[in-house]
Design a protein around this ligand. Structure first.
Ligand SMILES: Nc1nc2c(ncn2[C@@H]2O[C@H](COP(=O)(O)OP(=O)(O)OP(=O)(O)O)[C@@H](O)[C@H]2O)c(=O)[nH]1
Length: 390
């Protein structure tokens, strides 16, 4: 078996991390860099510094009593910052601070072990602590496993395996100081160095690709979802409408459409400011959702106009649903910084007819909505019965 020289591996890790840092300096350079990615870039810089210091130590350029503790302290800090960035990326900011504290604690424990014994205990502590910090990083990558992409899962598993390999190095020093049969005590040491190298490579490419993957996903989501209220936008709503339009041509229970427009919303914006207006919109969406079934679909058409699709619902039932939502909005003012903002909404209700196109369907619902506005607002109006029978 080829003998991997440990100090060469440290040098390779130093050079590899430095190269990655150089690339990261130019990647998405500018003020709009995602915060998690900026933290990850910092973690790579710290790790590059760590490996460089360790490499200089093993080459005798920097005295070992300086290079070893300094290098490991930077390494623990770098891996902790990296895990913190992963928690942030996963939307679990609460885990970031404990992770960074764990990094600080690891540095402290390592120093104590180093002072007690520069060889065995120091080596054991370094491997176990580093393994634990990597395992934390793996847990961060694994959080939200169900929604995670294949790439994210792969990185999580890879990081976990590498954490175990690094920890095994420390355990082998403790349990098999002289090696076991053909297994020399040098082998786990070399294996863990190689594992760290693989981690550096896969992590370097993987995290950047993951950032790209997430950005692409988010863009695709924003094509069909309204970012303010997190409900489908016009495009998303119309896409969902297609199958129901087709079903309307077959006998069976109809699908109803309710359009809702908030009354005199301009006054809210003018009186309380745009952010308060946004808060009212989000509040109204929550109120609507509470009145709807899982199979119903609420979407934002434009501005302060929303549409609700009610599958398997007759006109009279849809009117009742609209009436319930109207009453809920009228009786739930929104608390803003300055005042309670009272709100009302007007509604137009109709059902999908076999001959409908989206244009005729929405025209009819909008006509009913206009009638509600003209009749004084804060009311529900349905498309004319005579028209419906036509
Ligand atoms: N805060 C906020 N306001 C918005 C948003 N989208 C549209 N608006 C505002 O909502 C108002 C909608 O006005 P209109 O629907 O034309 O009229 P209105 O004042 O609601 O009066 P009626 O519909 O006649 O009852 C406009 O002032 C828009 O600027 C948004 O996302 N946030």
């Amino acid at each position: 078996m080829t003998n991997l020289d440990a100090s060469t591996m440290v040098l390779v890790l130093a050079l590899g991390n430095l190269a990655l840092c150089a690339v990261l300096t130019f990647f998405e350079h500018g003020p709009v860099r995602a915060p998690a990615l900026a933290a990850w870039g910092l973690s790579k810089q710290v790790q590059a510094g760590a490996w460089t210091l360790l490499a200089l130590g093993s080459a005798g350029v920097v005295p070992e009593p300086l290079a070893l503790p300094g290098g490991y302290a930077l390494l623990f800090a770098g891996v902790a910052i990296e895990a913190g960035a992963s928690w942030e990326q996963a939307g679990r900011e609460g885990w970031r601070r404990p992770t960074l504290l764990a990094g600080g604690l690891a540095i402290l424990v390592f120093f104590v072990c180093y002072l007690i014994d520069e060889q065995g205990l120091r080596s054991l502590a370094a491997s176990l602590l580093l393994g634990a910090l990597y395992l934390n990083g793996a847990a961060a990558l694994a959080s939200g496993w169900r929604q995670a992409s294949l790439l994210q899962r792969f990185l999580a598993i890879l990081t976990a395996v590498l954490a175990l390999v690094v920890a095994a190095r420390g355990l082998s020093v403790l349990l098999l100081p002289g090696g076991w049969r053909w297994l020399s005590s040098e082998l786990p040491r070399q294996l863990s160095s190689a594992a760290l190298y693989v981690l550096m490579l896969a992590n370097g490419f993987g995290v950047l690709l993951l950032a790209r993957e997430r950005a692409t996903r988010e863009l695709a989501r924003l094509e069909v979802v309204d970012p303010l209220t997190d409900v489908p936008n016009r495009r998303g709503l119309f896409a969902a409408l297609g199958p129901w339009m087709a079903l309307a041509r077959r006998p069976g229970l109809p699908t109803a459409l309710v359009v809702l427009d908030l009354d005199q919303f301009k006054r809210v914006n003018d009186g309380y400011g745009h952010p308060a207006g946004d808060a009212v919109l989000r509040h109204v969406v929550e109120l609507c959702k509470r009145q709807l079934r899982d199979s119903d679909m609420l979407g934002r058409l434009v501005g302060v106009e929303f549409a609700i699709l009610l599958p398997r619902t007759k006109l009279e039932e849809a009117v009742l649903v609209a009436e319930r939502i109207r009453a809920a909005i009228a009786s739930s003012p929104v608390k803003s910084e300055r005042a309670m903002i009272a709100m009302t909404a007007s509604f137009g209700v109709t059902v999908i007819r076999p001959e409908d196109s989206t244009v005729t369907l929405f025209q009819r619902a909008d006509d009913a909505l206009r009638a509600a506005k003209e009749a004084g607002r804060n009311r529900v109006s349905q498309a004319a019965a005579a028209e419906l029978e036509a």
